[in-house]
Design a protein around this ligand. Structure first.
Ligand code: MG
Length: 208
């Protein structure tokens, strides 16, 4: 399945908003990653030299199987065919500097290898999207633990909101935000993310 765009949701878990010292959003906060950032299970996350701190963010990813625009909330999940584990890798120092300057942070989120995606699992095989446990560990040490029940905007609401403005196409990915516990990734680390029913996403980290 070809991926056209990756629509990411920022600040969708209250504990993560607190740790980032941000305000709770009234509407979903959206940004895009290019499809060239995608890597799969087992592939290396590559950190370019001199970009400062890079963070991991485990997220539930939804994969669009049926295109749509202006999708109603009660129809939303019928447009999603698969779900997967996702890691929204972020050049945090660059993002913070851009935010302070009121500038876009596309580069901080969109570098090559900054979108690791696990093996997609058919949605019908996944449990209730509203109560999946997410965990992420680095070198075997637990860093993030949360549940999708902590989302401010649930998947149906996100799909309706995004598709009100952007056409969703087959293969598009929606990354639904990260719980608290984000932290640094360094060359030599091994990052492992799991979500109930979606298996494990493992990626070594290296410098370029
Ligand atoms: Mg994120």
């Amino acid at each position: 399945m070809r991926c056209g765009k990756i629509v990411c949701v920022g600040q969708n878990y209250r504990e993560h908003i607190r740790e980032m010292r941000s305000e709770e959003p009234v509407e979903p906060v959206l940004f895009l990653k290019p499809s060239t950032a995608l890597i799969g299970d087992g592939e290396d996350i590559v950190i370019p030299q001199g970009i400062g701190t890079v963070h991991h963010e485990v997220e539930l990813a939804l994969i669009v199987g049926r295109p749509g625009k202006g999708i109603a909330e009660d129809e939303a999940l019928s447009h999603i065919t698969h779900a997967a584990v996702f890691n929204d890798v972020t050049a945090r120092d660059m993002q913070t500097a851009a935010r302070r300057a009121g500038l876009p942070w596309a580069l901080a989120k969109g570098m090559d290898t900054f979108a690791p995606l696990g093996e997609p699992v058919p949605l019908r095989e996944v449990g209730d999207l509203g109560s999946l446990r997410l965990e992420l560990s680095v070198n075997g040490e637990l860093r993030q633990r949360g549940s999708t029940e902590q989302m401010i905007f649930p998947p149906q609401r996100l799909i309706a909101h995004i598709s009100r403005f952007m056409t969703l196409e087959e293969g598009d990915i929606i990354a639904t935000g990260t719980p608290s516990g984000v932290g640094p990734l360094l060359p030599g680390d091994l990052v492992q993310a799991t979500i109930d029913g979606l298996g494990r996403l493992t990626n070594p980290v290296r410098g370029d």
